[in-house]
Design a protein around this ligand. Structure first.
Ligand SMILES: [Mg+2]
Length: 446
């Protein structure tokens, strides 16, 4: 059995942990130079704000409806994500991190009432990290994802599904006729891996609900759609056949991570892994014609190896300008490992997540080409080691003496005054990076 644990309105929820006055208010998080809404609180959704809607279209709601907008603070979100994932990892022997706010837990070999375990997990994440989550459980990842949709909808839209399925839903424990009832109430577009285009084609063919899909002629579907559809159908019928590698990509970030078959103890080993993950993530990024504004690199020991000393490393590096250049991303990922690695630990997993995704064509508009050609960002063959050491030294200095204590010369020249950085990422409403910067830690007076 699998569980899919998903943070509710994740970016907004992270903001609320450190700004409780945002609770109960309509809040949106802006990304891509404050241009588009990439996360919405339930209250903002109720005002009609759409996902990825341009900010200028909803800006009037600030005055008329009290809508609050904050700039995306990916450094905060990635760190909160790492904390949330670490709590979730305690509840199953295997965890696959799927996106910034979603992870699959493999319950193989776990005994007991899985719904009770799910509730305990939710309570622990809430208590220890302050984030609300929903848990979907099922015999395949596709069903766990669907169960998560039911858990979330039952909580948000009373009446959509029975109230007792809110927050934690196990479809694996249901009788087929009960499950069919939920399938009949669920649009095919909610199925993992069925995108907008495919669901439009299915609707045209008279297939509207998940139940319709399961009752449709498999041979016809196979002919009209790809092999992925066949796998999806088998997964919906309860036969696991999706590995994390052929899982459909999440939309808002690109994440490539893996648990190591055998513990990795050397820095070179971790670098090798994250370099490969960064390359694969960059490929996916270019595949969807996007660039990313920041890269998050993480690696950690296993909480299940109780006798091992534990270490979790995770850092988000904002990029000077959005890129999809593999060399740039690999170099950044490797430099990050240099700065974070500690000897003497049995590392069990690592990953790379590209965040602040923007469409490549839009990201380049109005941007001065100040950053030198790619060779400036990425090490030429043979210079890689020096460059990595330089980056590492920079990171260490900047961590100790404050951000931008040391910068790349070309960046310094171009940005001698903050306001002249016309190409810099615009984040006018960014909240403090409360978990990663000493000078931005919240102050409590009592
Ligand atoms: Mg979520």
């Amino acid at each position: 059995m699998y569980a899919l644990v998903d943070g509710n309105n994740f970016y907004v929820s992270c903001e609320r942990v450190f700004a409780p006055h945002l609770l109960g208010k309509p809040v949106v998080v802006l990304s891509s130079n404050d241009g588009a809404c990439v996360a919405r609180s339930e209250e903002a959704k109720a005002l009609g704000v759409q996902m990825a809607q341009p900010w200028f279209q909803v800006r009037h709601l600030e005055r008329s409806a009290g809508l609050i907008a904050v700039s995306a603070n990916f450094e905060l979100y990635a760190e909160m994500s790492a904390r949330m994932m670490a709590v979730e990892a305690r509840y199953a022997p295997r965890q696959e991190i799927y996106s910034i706010d979603e992870s699959f837990l493999d319950f193989e070999g776990v005994r007991g009432d899985l719904v009770a375990i799910g509730r305990e997990l939710r309570a622990a994440v809430w208590r220890e990290v302050g984030l609300p989550t929903c848990v979907g459980i099922g015999p395949t990842k596709t069903l766990a994802k669907l169960a998560n949709h039911i858990a979330k909808s039952a909580e948000r839209k009373p009446g959509s599904y029975p109230a007792h399925l809110a927050q934690v839903c196990n479809v694996g424990a249901m009788h087929q006729h009960e499950l069919d009832g939920h399938f009949a109430a669920t649009d095919v577009s909610e199925v993992w891996g069925i995108g907008r285009k495919t669901s439009a084609r299915l609707h045209d063919a008279g297939v509207h609900t998940v139940l319709d899909l399961l009752q449709a002629d498999a041979t016809t579907l196979r002919r009209q759609f790809s092999i992925v559809m066949e796998k999806t159908l088998r997964e919906l019928r309860g036969t696991p056949c999706l590995s994390i590698d052929d899982a459909p990509a999440a939309r808002q970030q690109i994440l490539v991570s893996r648990s190591f078959g055998k513990a990795v103890t050397t820095m070179d080993g971790i670098i090798e892994a994250v370099s490969e993950f960064a390359s694969r993530a960059a490929e996916k990024l270019r595949g969807q014609e996007s660039v990313c504004g920041a890269i998050h690199v993480f690696f950690s020991t296993s909480p299940f190896r109780r006798n091992d000393r534990q270490h979790q490393a995770g850092v988000t590096i904002p990029l000077v300008r959005p890129t999809a250049d593999t060399r740039m991303l690999v170099a950044t990922a490797a430099a990050t490992v240099h700065g974070q690695y500690r000897a003497g630990f049995n590392y069990a997993k690592a990953g790379v997540m590209l965040v602040d995704l923007q469409r490549a064509d839009e990201a380049c508009q109005g941007e001065l080409d100040l950053a030198a050609p790619a060779s400036d960002c990425a090490p030429a063959q043979g210079q890689g080691h020096d460059r990595a050491r330089l980056m590492n030294a920079m990171d260490v200095l900047n961590r100790r003496f404050g951000r931008d204590a040391v910068r790349i010369g070309s960046a310094r020249v171009a940005s001698s005054r903050e306001e002249t950085r016309s190409w810099a990422i615009r984040q006018e409403r960014r909240t403090p990076r409360s978990t990663t910067r000493w000078d931005e830690v919240p102050v409590v007076r009592c």
